[in-house]
Ligand binder design. Sequence first.
Ligand code: SAM
Length: 321
Amino acid sequence: MTAVPPPQGLALRISITDRCQLRCRYCLPAHGIPLCDRDQLLTYEEITALVACLQDEFGLCKVRITGGEPLVRPDIERLIGMLAELDVPDLALTTNGARLAPMAAVLKQAGLERVNISLDSLSPDVFHWLTRGGDLRATLAGVYAALTHDLRPVKLNTVVIRGINDAELPQLVAFAIRNACEIRLIELMPIGPGADFYPDGFMSSAAVRRSLSAHFVLNPARPSYGSSARLYQVTDADGRRGTVGFISSCSDPFCGGCNRLRVTADGRLIGCLARNGGISVREMLRTGDRAALCEAVRAVLGAKRRGRLFAQGMAMASIGG
Ligand code: SAM
């Protein structure tokens, strides 16, 4: 099946490693996942060639580097510099923030525009438990460094899990408002170990909005093209304002407007997060077969479907979140 790419371009998410120094309980098993051999990883040159091809042939509206944890791959600033030279639009990075503080300046200088930082709790103990060993102070230092070095808008990603962090969502939103960050409240997906938490832990965005409305006034904001988040302006009791995005992958999927294309660290194109599969383009990149690469992209886009029924056995860390 082939497809016409979306008119305003693809939102590309590139995983550059499947390794992560944290083990978030809803994302990775305690013992980790089978990792790619290093020679299976796309090199920075191959990633850059892929991005250049997609930009020329299909158009891009966003490029986001992710993982695993992208900041554990050595010399990431070299890749950022290579992509910035292509003049790709909206060059962003998703990170757990733990290594960001000492790297923010160099990433900004290399051409990174902005970051999304995962922050599921402001309680050191909950954070430590949920990440299986993470240090909240390091991630917060990453948030402040991103603000200092103008990697803005800084977006905070919070996966909402009933019984674990739902009671502290008002504090997380207040933290975001106070620090001029945008916060994304993400529905837990039954992907990888997330499936174990799902029966008791899932909380819909509508339920989260109801609970937040006891603390803030929420008004829907205008949607932006290709955004998976439903944006709301929030105002606290002192009149301070911020923006909260709700990502409702389960209760209100955004498949109809989905313009995303994911690339795994070993070079597999994935069109839909909810399904196993995808097409490996690593050999096409290694042999410079651009026609086969474009055909693979069209096939993956054509396999996108509406209506999300999760049948995904892989963890987000392997797919690229
Ligand atoms: N290491 C980086 C980080 O922590 O942001 C990037 C990779 S991580 C897989 C990307 C995003 O996927 C994170 O915001 C994480 O919370 C989210 N994620 C992982 N598993 C998930 C699940 N089962 N449901 C919802 N979001 C999930």
